[in-house]
Write a protein that binds this ligand. Structure first.
Ligand code: FAD
Length: 424
């Protein structure tokens, strides 16, 4: 090598190293290791963060349509005035700090063959594996007269944010002696105890501020989650709550927004504030990307890889994760299982057998909470996420007042922990 050439070589090598620190080797490292996460809610944000933490050489892009996320968990406390909407709002700076490339845009298509995601903003993002966590969509067609426009007058508040603020405003404006109707959805839906926690929180607010008012729950089901604990709390606190089950014509079939009236098969009820929570299905993009079979997305429950399109993992409410309930804690737990599987698969390893966890807290009074908890293990033979016997359980009905009060503290502490784990 001549002197000139040697110098040229050294210069070139130096330039490569400098450029490397700025990103070239990063691109080289990331080849074959690009993950696109669709949806930056509880499942998606957790998955994006944990893929980066488990393997920093993976290039992770998270695409979320909203600049901020409002947690549904604790949104019932916003309705009773126990907390502000701001206290359940989270942003994406924490994820950026983990090296996640956060994009604010709406995903309009996922191509499982070309392995790319396209957005409303006209961009496209190639992936080696995708993780999809779009949450839920509503089956508007199941209630005549109810749709997205009517929801501006009769809110669902089942996606937290402006809908929560609207329902809270209506409750504040309602006269004393008014009736609040809550139409509870059929199974399966996000947060099985949620409608009944909501009824409790609203009744608690009314008892203090508008004591002549009542809450009427019209239910599309004949029984509900933690029913014994809820009904005992309603009795204990003397809440004015009436529950009408499906067998007694509780299922709402039609809504007349002008008359503020809801109709069952045989009966009708007029309310001053009406909260209709419609039947649910996987978020729209899951339907559009052909990840669904019927309403929800079938997955390999050990890795959350779609049974319809390999290379795409679906987690959270949108997935069929029997026997886990559709909850934020489930979405967070599933995100970690999926992140570990994705990192293993990208690195040529076989994913192990996962465990999962879920606890659902409900706050039925200022110092009165309860929970249901479970640890799960993947059961490949039964194709189930099976609860581990003896791990977990339900708050006993005869718990002491101090225990019920402590469950409220646990619930608030859980909220601080899960939001820090997901967005921090
Ligand atoms: P989400 O958290 O809804 O996230 C979906 C995200 O995807 C959203 O941010 C959305 O904007 C985005 N998105 C969708 N489509 C696109 C697209 N095409 N492009 C870009 N972005 C998109 N769970 C608990 O564990 N504990 C509780 O106490 C609890 N309380 C609840 C109370 C209420 C009133 C309700 C309604 C729910 C409650 N939940 C609770 C349930 C919990 O909120 C959900 O199960 C959880 O949010 C599911 O997470 P996810 O990631 O599947 O969906």
């Amino acid at each position: 090598m001549s002197e000139m050439t040697r110098r040229g070589f050294v210069k070139l090598a130096g330039a490569a190293t400098a450029a490397g620190t700025l990103g070239l080797p990063h691109i080289a490292r990331a080849a074959g290791k690009r993950v696109v996460v669709v949806g930056g809610g509880t499942g998606g944000a957790t998955a994006a963060k944990y893929v980066r933490m488990m393997d920093p050489s993976v290039e992770v892009t998270l695409i979320e349509k909203n600049a901020h996320y409002h947690t549904c968990y604790m949104s019932n406390e916003v309705l009773s005035g126990e907390r502000t909407l701001d206290s359940i709002q989270f942003g994406y700076d924490g994820l950026k700090g983990h090296g996640v490339n956060v994009v604010m845009d709406e995903v309009t298509a996922i191509d499982p063959v070309a392995k790319k995601v396209t957005t409303k903003g006209g961009k496209s993002y190639a992936f080696d594996r995708a993780i999809v966590s779009p949450g839920i969509a509503f089956k508007w067609e199941t209630i005549e007269g109810y749709d997205e426009q009517v929801a501006e007058k009769i809110p669902h508040a089942w996606k937290a944010g402006p809908q929560t603020a609207l329902l809270r405003k209506q409750l504040e404006a309602m006269k004393d002696g008014g009736t609040v109707i809550i139409a509870a959805p059929p199974n399966p839906f996000r947060c099985p105890p949620g409608p009944y926690e909501r009824a409790s929180q609203i009744a608690m607010y009314l008892q203090e501020h508008k004591p002549k008012s009542k809450v009427l729950i019209l239910d599309a089901k004949d029984k509900f989650s933690k029913q014994g604990l809820f009904t005992a709390a309603w009795k204990k606190f003397g809440y004015n709550i009436e529950w009408v089950k499906a067998a007694e014509d509780g299922k709402v079939l039609r809504v007349d927004a002008d008359k503020m009236t809801v109709y069952g098969d045989l009966t009708e009820h007029t309310g001053d504030v009406i909260n209709v929570i419609p039947a649910q299905k996987a978020g729209a993009i899951a339907q559009m990307a052909d990840l669904t079979d019927g309403d929800w997305c079938p997955v390999d429950k050990g890795t959350f890889e779609s049974k319809k399109h390999p290379g795409i993992h679906v987690i959270g409410d949108a997935s069929v994760a029997t026997k886990m309930p559709k909850s934020g804690y489930s979405a967070n737990s599933q995100a970690k299982v999926a992140a570990a599987a994705v990192v293993d698969l990208l690195n040529g390893r076989t994913p192990g057998t996962p465990s999962y966890v879920n606890t659902c807290y409900s706050i039925a009074g200022k110092d009165h909470g309860f929970s249901v908890a479970a640890i799960y293990r993947y059961d490949a033979a039964e194709d189930l996420i099976a609860p581990v016997k003896g791990a977990g359980g339900l708050t006993p009905g005869d718990a002491s007042a101090a225990d019920f009060a402590r469950e409220v503290q646990y619930a608030h502490s859980w909220f601080n922990n899960i939001t820090a784990d997901t967005f921090g």
